[in-house]
Design a protein around this ligand. Structure first.
Ligand SMILES: Nc1nc2c(c(=O)[nH]1)N[C@H]1C(S)=C(S)[C@@H](COP(=O)(O)O)O[C@H]1N2
Ligand SMILES: [Mo]
Length: 408
């Protein structure tokens, strides 16, 4: 199932076919052609971590494929920040060679769509400004595993998400330093630095995404994650960070940042990450999966937990609002019939970070369905139901994320 080698013999790619795309893990935006890549897998021994993430903690992770690795729900702790060793991985293309982080400061990014376009090295960027932002990084397909329709694509549960600290220079500062944004530029377009396989139309495969230019107010060109230089796996030496937007917009090994009049025509933008009707295919007329919306889930007790002792239990989880902060989290111990306010714990790291929450509950022996429901600072309430869509995107349903536990 979707097991992807990190490098492929050239002959596999020359075919230029859907199977070549699937072979490099691109099944997600060639829907229809890709269903076979996601056939259910027989229970098997856990897959080992691929070499480029061998430093991660295998006990905390579910390895779906070499390019899709998620954090186990039970591995999320009570602290706000997700350690790099536990953070999920999602690569649309195999990661570039580690040689790109040998001399980090020499990495170049081309800044376009400004009055004085030019290439800047990471060394130069570091002199221009610095800011740190805590942010939820979440794949658009997080929660896809709870869609009964079994959309093609990785069946992520809750773990294609983490809360991480990024340090870099604000994009708006870079734009100002280069004379300001070209009039009429409505989008901020970032391009990934992967070497593209030969034999395919570059637009069909390149990781290039556009967000509204207004997103530059919060965007960073980041070189540190959680206080250390960004690992290759997470996009070092330089990553575009767009707080509040889904994972795919946070372009790893960013080599070009352009203020553009139009959205990129890359397939990952035009056809990938679209809200398509069930059974349908992505196309440019459909809404794009972009800003994240209010969501929460319980991490402890973990789903299907056994051995939870009757008595006092600390029901804990995370909540975030995408572009907004979190105002309130409620927890239900009876599958959503009745709700109690949970307490937000830990430091508030700003509106793009998640908040930890806790409800202390006295639970007699029995079986329980625990659910959480967040409200953002704009008053948006996490919905009970998912919005059905062919790609399995944006699952924020509190009901889908509920946890069944046996208390003895
Ligand atoms: N250059 C590049 N950037 C990328 C991707 C990619 O394949 N190449 N994948 C995107 C997707 S779909 C997600 S969800 C996040 C995953 O980030 P992570 O692997 O650091 O967790 O990176 C995004 N940025
Ligand atoms: Mo993603």
């Amino acid at each position: 199932m979707n097991e992807t080698p990190t490098s492929l013999p050239r002959r596999h790619l020359l075919a230029g076919s859907a199977s070549a795309l699937a072979a490099v893990g691109l099944a997600s935006f060639t829907r229809g052609a890709s269903a076979a890549a996601h056939a259910p897998m027989a229970a098997a021994a856990p897959k080992p971590l691929p070499a480029y993430v061998a430093w991660k903690d295998p006990a905390s992770l579910i390895v779906h494929s070499a390019t899709t690795i998620e954090t186990k729900r039970a591995a999320f702790g009570s602290g706000v920040i997700t350690p790099a060793e536990q953070l999920y991985i999602r690569n649309n293309l195999p990661a570039p060679d580690a040689s790109i982080i040998a001399d980090r400061d020499a990495w170049e990014v081309s800044i376009e769509g400004v009055k004085a376009p030019r290439k800047l090295t990471l060394r130069e960027l570091k002199t221009m400004g610095v800011e740190t932002t805590a942010m939820v990084l979440q794949c658009s397909g997080n929660g896809r595993g709870y869609f009964p329709s079994k959309p093609s694509g990785t069946p992520w549960q809750v773990g294609a998400a983490g809360c991480v600290m990024w340090t870099g220079v604000p994009v708006r500062v870079v734009a100002e330093a280069l004379g300001g944004v070209t009039p009429g530029a409505a989008f901020l377009t970032g391009t990934g630095g992967e070497k593209l396989p030969d034999g395919l139309d570059p637009l069909s495969i390149i990781v290039e995404r556009s967000v509204p230019a207004a997103a530059m107010a919060d965007a960073l060109l980041a070189w540190e994650m959680n206080g250390v230089p960004i690992s290759l796996a997470h996009g070092g030496p330089l990553r575009l960070i767009v707080p509040g937007y889904t994972g795919v917009n946070n372009i790893k090994y960013v080599k070009r940042l352009a203020f553009t009049a139009k959205e990129t025509e890359a397939r990952i933008m035009s056809h990938g990450y679209r809200i398509s009707p069930p059974g349908g295919k992505g196309d440019p007329s459909q809404p794009s999966v972009q800003e994240m919306t209010v969501k929460s889930w319980i991490n402890s007790p973990a789903p299907e937990a056994i051995g939870v002792k009757a008595g006092l239990v600390q029901v804990q989880g995370v909540a975030f609002g995408g572009l907004n902060g979190v105002k309130r989290v409620e927890v239900s111990l009876d599958g959503g019939k009745t709700w109690s306010d949970a307490r937000l714990t830990g430091p508030d790291l700003g509106r793009f970070a998640w908040r930890q929450f806790v409800l202390a509950a006295n639970l007699p022996a029995g079986s329980y369905t625990l659910a959480s429901r967040a409200t953002d600072t704009a008053g948006n309430v996490q919905p009970e139901q998912r919005l059905e869509n062919a790609g399995g995107y944006n699952n924020t349903s509190w009901s889908d994320h509920a946890v069944k536990v046996m208390v003895a």
